[in-house]
Design a binder for this molecule. Structure first.
Ligand code: ZN
Length: 250
């Protein structure tokens, strides 16, 4: 592993433009369960509750589950050392862009600025009628569904439901990074969620190197990954950033 950390740090030092690409695995150590897998949310909840068609016709029922999953306890999560390491690498201008599939806002809380949320965010709610946006902290969840104080329209979390399209801004940026990045740093993403999972493959085809951090081998390992750092995101990022000469201050 020491050898791989060294290899990864050498690639990073010799890359011009670097894109970090993160998924659920980076937030697990902050206490946010992944959606998929043995102890994932979908083993406990039916994913239909965040399907846009189900939501539109069963709004109250959907909202009861959404509140329980996303607003009762997720909101207590704090960024971990891996989130912080990425923010430091951005501050040092080593990483230029961060594309995340997570909706938990932990990258921003850790200090990352150039964050593109491929699946939107749970931090804001949007009015389905007038498109007014609200921070979830300003919303009282006693009466579901929550309503817009402007027009009484129904509020929906501003993350991508099944059946909805990817936010334009994040999608455009992902294609731009595929074209211009020398390195994709994958953290906690196993390449199972379409269409997000395609970007590392496209980047690789365009000549980018791929460094991957995951606790287990993924679809990327053995196909496009140049250096696989097998382990927890916090531990691997701590070692990597130290090798690059920086320290994590949480
Ligand atoms: Zn409204």
């Amino acid at each position: 592993m020491k050898e791989n950390i060294k290899k990864a740090s050498e690639i990073i030092k010799h890359s011009g433009r670097i894109t970090a690409f993160t998924g659920a695995g980076i937030s697990v150590e902050s206490g946010i369960p992944p959606f998929r897998g043995e102890n994932g949310l979908w083993s406990k909840y039916d994913p239909k509750y965040i399907d846009i068609n189900y939501f539109n016709s069963n709004t109250k029922k959907s909202w009861e589950i959404i509140k329980e999953i996303f607003y009762d306890f997720f909101t207590n999560a704090k960024p971990n050392a891996a989130h912080r390491a990425l923010a430091i690498l951005e501050e040092k201008n080593i990483i230029q862009t961060l594309i995340t599939q997570n909706i938990d806002n932990l990258h921003q809380e850790a200090g990352s600025k150039n964050v593109f949320e491929f699946h939107g965010t749970s931090q804001t709610l949007i009015c389905l009628d007038c498109s007014n946006k609200y921070n979830y902290r300003d919303i009282v969840f006693d009466n579901l569904p929550p309503k817009c104080s402007n027009c009484q329209g129904i509020l929906k979390p501003d993350f991508v439901f099944f059946g909805e399209s990817i936010p334009e801004r994040a999608n455009r940026q992902a294609f731009l990074e595929v074209d211009s990045s020398d390195l994709f740093l994958l953290i906690g993403t196993t390449g199972e969620i379409m269409p997000a999972c395609m970007f590392p493959y496209m980047a690789k085809q365009n000549g980018a190197k791929i460094i991957e951090i995951n606790i287990e081998a993924s679809n990327y390992t053995g196909s496009i990954t140049d250096v696989f750092l097998k382990g927890k995101a916090t531990e691997m990022m701590s070692e990597l950033i130290e090798k690059l000469g920086f320290k994590i201050n949480l």
